[in-house]
Each structure stands twice: as structure tokens, then as C-alpha cells.
Design a protein around this ligand. Sequence first.
Ligand code: NAP
Length: 308
Amino acid sequence: MKIVIIGSGGRLGAALTREYRDKFDVVGFNHAQLDLTNFEQVREKVTALDFGVLINCAAFTNVDLCETQRDQAFQINAEAPRVLAEICREKKAKLIHFSTDYVFDGEKRELYKEDDVAKPISFYGESKREGEKLVLQANDRHLVVRVSWVFGPDRPSFIDGVIKRARENEHVEAIADKISTPTYTRDIAQMLLKVVAAPNAFGADRGKARASNPGYVDSYSGILHFANAGECSWQEYAQFSLDCCRSLGIPLKAKTVGALKLSDMKNWIARRPVYSVLSTTKYIAITGSTPRGWRDAVGDYVREFVPR
Ligand SMILES: NC(=O)c1ccc[n+]([C@@H]2O[C@H](COP(=O)([O-])OP(=O)(O)OC[C@H]3O[C@@H](n4cnc5c(N)ncnc54)[C@H](OP(=O)(O)O)[C@@H]3O)[C@@H](O)[C@H]2O)c1
């Protein structure tokens, strides 16, 4: 199977490129190689390729900048995915497009399911929600995968920032009243493989899709949530990360993480959902597999990638 990965220089795109390189014929495009704001270039370069699956990990992910650079955010997070979805439809290929827990307003305070109403409270969330809709309007056999609080070795994220601060300072703080689930890029890669391989994932269309394009992947369509299991605040996430470091003998100045409130973050421009835990019930039903807990994933990451 031939796979194209767009955003292969980012945290998730780089991880998927590495995890899939040995299993599939993978072509990756980083930002310098393909600019999603240049639709003509995108059409030209992507149409010229032969592939069965295109995975779009590229996005304008700076939530605050999205508020002030709305046109660019909309182009990258909404219009470009539509262009990719149309190209894939024309080529009878599958688009797997990544989206976010920030499409929800966070008021539910219970696990968010795929069919819960998306009511973004930031322009980032709004542009990503529009991207989801445009992708599925172009072809309802495409797949949108929402993820939350992504971490991994290919680009620093919250966990790396907190460990760095704890190495340098005796006191560190993190927000205690915002809840979701840290999710490891390596686990996302494994989960996606399970969906693609799931026997019941393509239903009656499986034969038809295969017949019309031998490269077409059997996989679920519509919206799907991926997350490690469990939930926590940023403060708990930070504290557990420091505890992992300490148990491995990684020297830190700070031992405990103090509590901040979302309302303390005066410099933030965009609003963020207070609660955005994604339910993986649908993923479990499709694959018969349960994601491991976020603590196991964070523990593995610290053990393997945090310098001693
Ligand atoms: N990180 C999270 O916690 C999180 C949470 C929920 C959902 N997600 C979603 O997960 C997906 C992957 O995110 P990530 O964590 O891997 O983010 P990331 O590390 O910021 O990666 C995004 C990639 O997109 C590229 N990009 C930005 N503008 C582009 C453009 N005009 N043309 C081509 N490429 C462009 C970036 O390149 P440059 O850096 O060179 O600009 C970067 O390599 C995104 O859809 C994101 O919305 C992430």
C-alpha cells in the first residue's frame, strides 16, 4: 500500500512517517516541500502521485495565533483539507484527516462522543471543525480522526516544557481546572493501523472499494476519536511526568507542581475548552482493542526520550 503523509515535519506526521516506513511505501511532505496555502501546488504535486491513502497531519496549530491570523488558519485548517479530500476522491484514494478535541466547547463535562454537537469556542476549533465538514462533504468515505493533548519525541510539547522548567526552577505550576487526555503519537500510529486492519471497518463497501482501486485501504469512514485511556488536568499530567523523571533518577529542582487556574492565563488570546475528554468507545467497538492508559504512555515516553 502506498501512503502519502502531509505534515511529516510535525509532531504527529513525523511519528507516523517513522512508524509506517517499514510497513508501507511512504512518501512524506513537510511544510517546505508542500505549502498547503498554495492550492495550485498542492493539486499539481499530489495529483501526480500514485497512492491509496493520504494522511493529513499538517495544520495551523498555534491556537492563539489562529485568532489573529484567521484567513491563514482557515486556509490551512479548512480549505486545504477540502482540496486534499477532492483530490483523493478523484483518485479513489482514502483521506485520513486529523482534527482536534477543540471542536467542542467543553461544557459537557462527560466524555465526548463522535456524534456530540461540535461547538468550538476558538477560531482554531472553528477552522478545524470546518475542515472536518469539508472533508466529509467531499467524500463521506474519508476518515476524520480527532485527537487530544498530543505528545511525542518529534517536536516538544507540554510535557517537555514542564520537565525543562522543573530542571531549571524549584517551583513549577500548571493549570488544574482543564481536563483532557495526554495521547502519545506512537499510540495514535498503532490505533490507526488497527482501524485500517479492522475486519468490520468497511462494511458492505469493502468489495466495491477494492474492485475500483486495488490500492484503496479498508478502513472506517466518518469521524473517530483516538486517545489514551483516562483523564487528568494539566497539573496532574505535569506532576506524573516529574514523578516518572524522579523514579528514573533524572535530576530536577522542582518536586511538586503548583496549581494554576485557566483564568490566570491572562496572555492567552483564544478560549480553550475546560473539559475535552474524547470517548474511544467507537474505536474499541471497531477494533476490539482498548487504548492503554495515559500514565503508561507517558511513562514509556519519559523512559525512552527524556535525556538523563
Ligand atoms: N498537538 C496537540 O496537542 C493536538 C491536539 C489535538 C489535535 N491535534 C491535531 O493533530 C494534528 C497534528 O498536530 P501536531 O501536534 O503534529 O502539530 P504540529 O507539530 O504543529 O504539526 C503541524 C505541521 O503542519 C505544518 N504546517 C503548518 N502550516 C502549513 C502549511 N501552510 N503547509 C504545510 N504544512 C504546514 C507545520 O509545519 P511548520 O511547523 O514548519 O509550520 C507542522 O509540521 C493537527 O491536525 C492538529 O490540529 C493536535
